[in-house]
Design a binder for this molecule. Sequence first.
Ligand code: NAD
Length: 254
Amino acid sequence: MFRLDGKVAMVTGAASGIGAAIAGAFSDCGAHVFVVDRDEALGRAVVSQLLERGGRAAFMALDVGDEKACGQIASEVAGATGHLDILVNNAGIGHVGTIQDTTVDDLDRLYRVNVRGVFNISKAFLPGMIGRRSGSVVNMASIGGLVAVRERLAYCMTKFAVVGLTKSMAFDHARDGVRINCICPGRVETPFVAARLREYPDPKRAYEEMCATQPMGRMGRPEEIAAAAVYLASDEAAFVTGAAFSIDGGWSAG
Ligand SMILES: NC(=O)c1ccc[n+]([C@@H]2O[C@H](COP(=O)([O-])OP(=O)(O)OC[C@H]3O[C@@H](n4cnc5c(N)ncnc54)[C@H](O)[C@@H]3O)[C@@H](O)[C@H]2O)c1
């Protein structure tokens, strides 16, 4: 088991799904976790669970698309803990559609959160990490950042950008003591996927069909993604940077 004892971590989009699982796993591995999300009620509930389990955690409300607020949160973290060791840029939103069903507004809405959100927070925290010559950034991309996913045009565009941003940052800062990697999950059972399923006339049938299309015949679990985030954040991953780590039950192998 990899450990994160004494490390300070921030997870965006940590009020739900994969982000909540990562916050839980980090806390269980000994990290002090800042749970960051735009949903305050759900975020505070996650923090309560972590504290009940004996962890150290605090909630911070943030819209990652707000550049100014991202800069302020970096100052707040510096005031509270002095530094940040681990940053997980997990907050993300989706959209279903081909280019014909996607408006410029749809594209801007996704780009603002999925791409500029990662850029804003990374830009706010990287100077501190470089200054200490220590840090791990884990970005949540998607299998849709490596291969096309049917009717997910805007989403794939933004997730390909997250993979590019990850590799560029990693290359630029490979000698600065800061590692930057991303995770590319296949379908994972979270409220994000549940929301997509509700858009179908028969959600139960859509769920079964979605599972049937997966190489393993099932979707992933948030904890299976969190395990990879723990590894990438840990000192055992000291030689890993610029990686796009697929955790997709075999999807990208086919
Ligand atoms: N679930 C999947 O199948 C899947 C697959 C591949 C990649 N991903 C990616 O994993 C990440 C998490 O997905 P999930 O399935 O856990 O989703 P989710 O909807 O369960 O959770 C996303 C969280 O992000 C928060 N969020 C959204 N916009 C925000 C903003 N502007 N500022 C701050 N917080 C914001 C939401 O409030 C929510 O708590 C996303 O980046 C998603 O694209 C998910």
